[in-house]
Design a protein around this ligand. Sequence first.
Ligand SMILES: CC(C)(COP(=O)(O)OP(=O)(O)OC[C@H]1O[C@@H](n2cnc3c(N)ncnc32)[C@H](O)[C@@H]1OP(=O)(O)O)[C@@H](O)C(=O)NCCC(=O)NCCS
Length: 150
Amino acid sequence: VIEIHHIEGPEAFPRGVDRASFVDFLHTNLGNWGDPPDEIDLAVNYAFSRDPGRGGFLLAACEGEQLAGAVVMNHTGMQRYVPEYLLVYIAVGDGFRNRGIGRQLVGAAIERCGGSVALHCEPDNPAMRLYQRLGFQVKYAELRWRRPGG
Ligand SMILES: CC(C)(COP(=O)(O)OP(=O)(O)OC[C@H]1O[C@@H](n2cnc3c(N)ncnc32)[C@H](O)[C@@H]1OP(=O)(O)O)[C@@H](O)C(=O)NCCC(=O)NCCS
């Protein structure tokens, strides 16, 4: 049985999971689509912020005390002009994939986010299909600029 836990602060991790294991789980299971653990931890830190316009939440899908899936949501504070939340990271553990946990997690994230969510997904990531089936639409191409060498 999979249970989805909603985590709004550092004290709210379910039994068997803590901040370090949550970050490590994401780092391991994001694979090619991941970031270094210290960057993932920054998104967790942001989610726990109490500053106005910041914050967010985490979701942990657990089978007993074992982490099966994880989500990090960050609140943008820009809801009048861009989506209110960013789904920053989502991953399901290797042994738990293709059982509908990813779909359940995205559904639970959408339910808790007041109406609008944006996420980034590489066009060749199979997760794209999952998002589109759940009603996400490709709205804009994302362009980025970086100072040369920066
Ligand atoms: C993307 C990811 C989170 C999806 O998690 P998941 O739990 O496997 O997702 P689901 O099981 O809900 O859906 C995956 C597939 O299983 C199928 N499925 C859903 N429920 C099912 C069930 N009960 N039985 C069998 N198959 C099922 C879905 O139809 C879907 O098929 P598709 O390949 O045609 O889309 C997971 O693959 C992952 O962690 N990937 C690596 C990290 C990543 O890419 N993150 C996203 C970055 S943008």
